[in-house]
Design a protein around this ligand. Structure first.
Ligand SMILES: NCCCNCCCCCC(O)(O)C(F)(F)F
Ligand SMILES: [Zn+2]
Length: 658
C-alpha cells in the first residue's frame, strides 16, 4: 500500500491584506515551497495524489459552533474594512475573502486523508494545507487557524469508522490549545504536544499549556503537554521525550489511528520556534510513529515559517512515509538540563495514569517553581529587548540524500525454506567471494560465508537489510563481527533476544555494543558495552520487553549511532511474534536501515513476519494492555540509573546532570 499526498494550489490563494507584524509570517509561499520541494526531489510522483474537497457544514460542526460557522461564512463578501473589523475579535489571525474557501479545503483535505487510510486505499499520507488548524476553537479563530483540521478529522474518524482510540501527536512548536480544549475530557483521544513555553512567557502564554494540564474528569491522563522552557532544543531533546514519554504511553494506549499536527516551526532556523533540531529529525519522529495503529498514520501540516527548513522537513517526513531508509543522526549530545526538567515534570504528572510511568521520579525539587516565577519576572522585563535582538541567521547542512539500495532485503536460507516474496535470496556460491569462504572454518561454513557476503553487500549499500537462518546464531554473530572491515568507524549494535552466552571478547573493542534481553541473571559483566537486561518473566512479557525497548534500546541505539545492527534471536527466546516485529521495525531507526537478523534454522516460521517488516510493512499492533511486571520495570529503571552516567540519552531526571 502506498502513501497519499493531498495538495491543491487553491490553498495558496489567500494572504495578509494589511500590516500586522504578528501575522506576516503566514504566507502562501509556505505551501508552494513545500510542494515544489516534493516535486523536485521526485517524492510527489511516488505518492498517490488524492484530490482535496471542501469540508461540509456538518463536518465543520463536529468541532465548531453554528454561530462561529455562520460568522465565517460571511467573510467572502466583506470589504477590506469589514475583514479588519471581523478579525479584531480574534487573536493573531487574519481573514481574507478566500480564506473561508481555503479553510474548508484544509479541513476537507484532512478528511480525505482519513478516508483513504481508513479504507486502506493507502497505508499513510500527508496533507499540505493552509490555513492551519490546531489553535482554532469551538467559536473562535486563533493563531492563523480558522477550522481545527485535525480535531475535525478525529471526530470524523470516530463517527464514520468507529475508531475507538485516536492518538494526536502535535510536534508544532506552539501549543495546540484548540485541540486540547476539544478532547481534554475524552479518554478516547490522547493528545500529545510539545511547545515553546518559557514559563508561560511565550505565545499563547496559557497556564493550561503547562505539564500539569493532564486532562479533565474521564480524560485525566489523556492530555500530555511538554513545555520547552528554553529555546535551542535539539534532536536529542526531542528523541528523549519520544523515548521516555510519548512512545511508552502511546503503546500502552494502543491507538487505532494516529494523526500528526505536523508543524515544522520546531525545526532549526524557524523565527517562531528558535529551536535547533535539524530537518532529519522529522524522518525519525515519523518512523517512530509508523508501527502504531498498524501503520495508519495521517500527517497534516500546521506551522513552519523558515521556507528552507520547512521544505526540507516536509521532504524528510514524506520520504519516511514512503518507507525509505532513515538518515543517521550524527553526534547526539543528550538532553539539556531544561529538557530534563520538563521530562521529569511530565513523567511525574502522568505517573498515576500510565503503568509505564509508575516508576517515574517524583516532581523535581521545589525550587523549580520559585525559579519559574523568578524567570518569568525576568523574562517579562526583557520581553521587549528579546524582540529587538537581531535573529542571527541559522545555517545547517542540507540533509543527506536517502537513496534506497537496489535490494531492500536479502536472505540466506536453507534450500528447503521458501524465500518470502520481495526478499532476494543471496545466491549460493556464485555470490560468495572466495576470500571469505576460505577464511571460515566451520561445518556451517557455506551458510556463514553467505552471511558474510550479505554483510559486505550491506556495507557497500547494495543491500539494505538481511535475514539469515543459521545452525548457531552465536557462532554466526561472532563471525560477522570478526569479518567486519576493521574500519575505525565501524560500530555494530547487537540486540540479543533471549538467553544464551554472548562471547565476552565480542564487546572488548568498544566497536560493538551488545544489549541482551534475557530471563537469567548473567554475572554482572559491568562493561559499558555489554548490557544484560534481565526480565523475570523473560521475553514473553510484552510490557516489560517494550519498556526495555523504549527506555534502553532506543536511547542507547541513538547515542551509539551504529553503522550496522545485528538482531539476534537466541534459541527458545520465547519472544512473541508481534513484539519481535515491533523491535525489528524500531531498530530500522539506526544504521540507515542496515539490519541483519540472525535466527536458528528451526525458527523458519518467523521468516515471513520478519521479512515483511524488513521490507517496510508496519508491525501489527501489540494487543497487550496489561501493566508491566513490577520487578521488570524496576530492573530497567535501576539499569538506566546505573548506565546513564555513560549514556546521556538514558537520563530522565534533571538531578543527575552536573
Ligand atoms: N512573532 C509573531 C507572533 C505570532 N504569534 C502567533 C503564532 C501562531 C502560530 C501558528 C502555528 O504555527 O502554531 C500554526 F501551526 F497554527 F500555524
Ligand atoms: Zn506553530
Amino acid at each position: 500500500m502506498g502513501t497519499a499526498l493531498i495538495y491543491d494550489e487553491e490553498m495558496t490563494k489567500y494572504k495578509l491584506l494589511w500590516v500586522d507584524p504578528a501575522c506576516k509570517i503566514e504566507t502562501p509561499e509556505r505551501l508552494t515551497v513545500s510542494y515544489e520541494a516534493l516535486v523536485r526531489n521526485a517524492l510527489a510522483e511516488r505518492c498517490i495524489s488524492v484530490p482535496v474537497r471542501e469540508a461540509t457544514n456538518s463536518e465543520i460542526l463536529l468541532v465548531h459552533s453554528e454561530e462561529y460557522l455562520e460568522a465565517v461564512k460571511k467573510t467572502p463578501y466583506m470589504t477590506l474594512e469589514d475583514l479588519k473589523e471581523f478579525t479584531l475579535q480574534y487573536g493573531d489571525v487574519y481573514f481574507h475573502p478566500n480564506i473561508y474557501h481555503c479553510a474548508k479545503l484544509a479541513a476537507g483535505s484532512a478528511l480525505q486523508l482519513v478516508d483513504c487510510v481508513m479504507t486502506e486505499r493507502v497505508r499513510n499520507g500527508m496533507a499540505l494545507v493552509r490555513p492551519p488548524g490546531h489553535h482554532s476553537q469551538h467559536s473562535a479563530a486563533n493563531g492563523f487557524c480558522v477550522f481545527n483540521n485535525v480535531a475535525i478529522a478525529t471526530r470524523y474518524a470516530k463517527q464514520k469508522y468507529g475508531v475507538k482510540r485516536v492518538l494526536i501527536v502535535d510536534w508544532d512548536i506552539h501549543h495546540g490549545q484548540g485541540v486540547q480544549y476539544c478532547f481534554e475530557d475524552d479518554p478516547s483521544v490522547l493528545y500529545f504536544s510539545w511547545h515553546r513555553y518559557e514559563h508561560q512567557t511565550f505565545w499563547p502564554q496559557l497556564r493550561e499549556s503547562d505539564y500539569d494540564s493532564v486532562g479533565k474528569e474521564k480524560g485525566a491522563g489523556f492530555n500530555i503537554n511538554v513545555p520547552w522552557n528554553q529555546v535551542g532544543m535539539e534532536s536529542s531533546d526531542y528523541l528523549s521525550v519520544f523515548c521516555h514519554v510519548l512512545l511508552p504511553v502511546a503503546y500502552e494506549f494502543c491507538p487505532d489511528l494516529v494523526l500528526v499536527c505536523a508543524g515544522f516551526d520546531s525545526a532549526i532556523g524557524d523565527p517562531e520556534g528558535k529551536m535547533c533540531a535539524t530537518p532529519e529529525i522529522f524522518a525519525h519522529l515519523t518512523h517512530l510513529l509508523m508501527n502504531l495503529a498498524g501503520g495508519k498514520l495521517c500527517v497534516v501540516l500546521e506551522g513552519g515559517y523558515n521556507l528552507t527548513s520547512l521544505a526540507q522537513s516536509v521532504c524528510q517526513t514524506v520520504q519516511t512515509l514512503l518507507g525509505d531508509p532513515l538518515p543517521r543522526l550524527a553526534n547526539l549530545s543528550g538532553p539539556c538540563r531544561s529538557a530534563l526538567e520538563s521530562l521529569q515534570c511530565v513523567r511525574s504528572a502522568h505517573r498515576q495514569y500510565w503503568s509505564c510511568l509508575k516508576h517515574a521520579a517524583s516532581l523535581p525539587p521545589a525550587d523549580i517553581s520559585t525559579k519559574r516565577i523568578k524567570l518569568a519576572e525576568e523574562e517579562a522585563k526583557t520581553e521587549v529587548g528579546e524582540e529587538e535582538k537581531s535573529t542571527e541567521e541559522k545555517v545547517w547542512p542540507e540533509p543527506p540524500k536517502r537513496f534506497s539500495p537496489p535490494v531492500r532485503c536479502a536472505s540466506v536460507l536453507p534450500d528447503d525454506v521458501t524465500r518470502p516474496d520481495g526478499c532476494k535470496r543471496l545466491g549460493a556460491d556464485q555470490d560468495v567471494n572466495p576470500l571469505t569462504a576460505s577464511k571460515l572454518k566451520d561445518d556451517d561454513c557455506d551458510t556463514l560465508s553467505r552471511v558474510i557476503t550479505l554483510v559486505e553487500k550491506m556495507e557497500q549499500n547494495e543491500i539494505c537489510s538481511g535475514l539469515a537462518l543459521v545452525c548457531d546464531v552465536t557462532v554466526a554473530m561472532t563471525q560477522v563481527v570478526q569479518h567486519l572491515t576493521p574500519d575505525p568507524v565501524n560500530r555494530v549494535l547487537i540486540v540479543c533476544v533471549g538467553n544464551g552466552k554472548v562471547p565476552s571478547h565480542i564487546t572488548r573493542d568498544g566497536k560493538t555494543l551488545v544489549v541482551q534481553i534475557n530471563s537469567e541473571e548473567t554475572e554482572d559483566q559491568n562493561s559499558k558495552y555489554y548490557i544484560p537486561v534481565f526480565l523475570k518473566k523473560g521475553c514473553s512479557d510484552t510490557s516489560g520487553f517494550m519498556h526495555a525497548v523504549f527506555g534502553l534500546i532506543l536511547p542507547l541505539g541513538y547515542e551509539y549511532d551504529p553503522n550496522l545492527v545485528l538482531l539476534v534471536r537466541m534459541p527458545d527466546s520465547g519472544v512473541c511474534d508481534a513484539v519481535w516485529q515491533q523491535l525489528t521495525g524500531l531498530l530500522q531507526s539506526f544504521a540507515k536501515g542496515h539490519t541483519l537478523v540472525l535466527m536458528q534454522e528451526n525458527e523458519k516460521a518467523f521468516v515471513g513476519p520478519t521479512t515483511s517488516v524488513l521490507l517496510g510493512d508496519p508491525a501489527p499492533p501489540l494487543e497487550n494492555r496489561q501493566a508491566p511486571n513490577t520487578e521488570d520495570l524496576n530492573v530497567v529503571e535501576r539499569l538506566r540509573d546505573r548506565l546513564q552516567v555513560n549514556w546521556n540519552l538514558l537520563q530522565t531526571t534533571s538531578e543527575c546532570t552536573g
